[in-house]
Every structure is written in structure tokens, then in C-alpha cells.
Design a protein around this ligand. Structure first.
Ligand code: CDP
Length: 232
């Protein structure tokens, strides 16, 4: 799709492994450009939280139909800078990042029916453009015609350190660091080895290694790319 066919500007996608800084970077890039930010991981987290709150026992999640996931009533409400995730009409935020959700989200995201149930929501969020979307399959499946695709990577140890800092834990504790790195690695394996919409670099995506880059530098690098491609 050509840029001039989108009313509010281009679509920029950021995909990459867990803890590579996608969401915070996407949010900051969107703010700099006056675009909306879509955090697609929050939708998979909402499906997982919705299931945990439901009466469906965990052993049955795998056999749920697309309608079963749709019944969880996950929605997106447009807010000033992005989208608020709703479950049954109620806003959810911090609960999406609890360990109970994080430990199960990659399994839920590996189920074709779960992915299908929120595909339309994500595409609708981008129908007018002016969007920075982050996740695992933004450039490959959800927005294959995005004008700029970024694949964000960083060393596992650096990602583990960032994650510990983000949750306010001591990143000089070697035991915690190793534990966090192992948890991120397990999720990466699951995300890149699944058959449906695996985590991979989209064709035409620009790889940006953020190891050793300061946050502002990685935001600037993407804003510069958008300018260089004369998308803005
Ligand atoms: O912030 P972090 O990278 O740790 O995770 P997230 O973006 O909140 O995504 C949580 C999980 O949702 C990922 O580990 C994937 O299993 C899944 N996900 C996905 O499958 N496809 C997406 N587009 C986004 C997230």
C-alpha cells in the first residue's frame, strides 16, 4: 500500500525478541512523530488474563475455538496516544504484566485460534495509518505492507538486565540475571519455533542491534530512518 493512501501517515512496525525494548521504543517513536502506538503483546497478555479469570481450565485452553477466544471480549479503545486494552469493557494495565500472565502468554500466543481472534482488532487499529506497532508478527503478518519495518535485537544478557531494571530489581545479582535471561530465552524459543506467525525478521525489515545503545539513541535511529525514507 502506498503512503499517500493512508490518511494519518505511514505504518512503522517493530518486531523482535522479548526484552529488546520494542514497546518502550515504539511508544517514544510514536510520541515523537505524533502517531499512535499499538502494543500487540498487551493483546496476547489480555487473552491470557481473560482465560485465567474465566472458568475454562488451563488444560482446555488448547482446544478453544476462535469463538471461545472472542467470547473473552478483548477490545481496544482509542486513547490520545494509542490504545487502551479492555477485557469485558474494563481497562486492564498492570495486571497484564504479572508473572502468572507472563509465564503462560507464549503458549496462548502459539494457538492459531487465539491469534485469529485478535487479527481484525489489530488491523483496524492501523486502518488510517499514523501507527507504530510492536510485537512479533507486525511486519510479517499483521501489517505486511507497512512502509517501515524494524527488527530490534539485543544481546540476551543486556535484555535480561533491562528487564530487571524495568521491574525494579537488582541487575548486579548474578542469580537473578541468569534466571531472567533463561525466562526470556524460553519465551524466545517458543515464539520463534511455533508454526503460526513465528518471530522472524520480515522481508525488507531493517535490523537494529540496540546492545550498547542508549534508549534515546535507539529512538532517534528509528525516527532518522523514517525521515531518510521520506515517509514523513
Ligand atoms: O514485552 P515483551 O517483549 O516481554 O512481551 P510482549 O510484547 O508483552 O509479548 C508477550 C508475548 O506475547 C510474547 O512473548 C509472544 O508470545 C506474544 N506475542 C505474539 O505472539 N505476537 C505479537 N505480535 C506480540 C506478542
Amino acid at each position: 500500500m502506498r503512503v499517500d493512501s493512508r490518511r494519518e501517515g505511514p505504518i512503522i512496525t517493530l518486531d523482535g525478541p522479548a526484552g529488546s525494548g520494542k514497546s518502550s521504543t515504539a511508544k517514544a517513536v510514536a510520541k515523537r512523530l505524533g502517531f499512535r502506538h499499538l502494543d500487540s503483546g498487551a493483546l496476547y497478555r489480555a487473552l491470557t488474563l481473560g482465560l485465567l479469570r474465566s472458568s475454562v481450565v488451563e488444560a482446555d485452553w488448547e482446544s478453544l475455538s476462535e469463538q471461545g477466544f472472542t467470547n473473552l471480549d478483548i477490545n481496544l479503545e482509542t486513547s490520545k496516544n494509542g490504545f487502551q486494552v479492555l477485557i469485558g469493557g474494563e481497562a486492564v494495565d498492570s495486571e497484564l504484566r504479572t508473572p502468572g500472565v507472563t509465564d503462560r502468554v507464549s503458549f496462548v500466543a502459539s494457538l492459531p485460534a487465539s491469534r485469529q481472534s485478535i487479527l481484525g482488532l489489530q488491523r483496524k487499529a492501523g486502518e488510517d495509518g499514523g501507527l507504530v506497532a510492536d510485537g512479533r508478527d507486525m511486519g510479517t503478518v499483521v501489517f505486511p505492507h507497512a512502509e517501515l519495518k524494524i527488527y530490534l535485537i539485543a544481546d540476551l544478557e543486556e535484555r535480561a538486565m533491562r528487564r530487571l531494571r524495568q521491574i525494579g530489581q537488582d541487575c548486579s545479582d548474578d542469580f537473578e540475571l541468569a534466571r531472567q535471561a533463561s525466562a526470556l530465552n524460553t519465551r524466545d524459543q517458543s515464539d520463534s519455533q511455533r508454526t503460526i506467525s513465528p518471530l522472524k525478521k520480515a522481508s525488507g525489515a531493517i535490523e537494529l542491534d540496540t546492545t550498547g545503545l542508549a534508549f534515546e539513541e535507539q529512538v532517534q535511529a528509528i525516527v532518522d530512518l523514517a525521515h531518510r525514507l521520506t515517509l514523513l
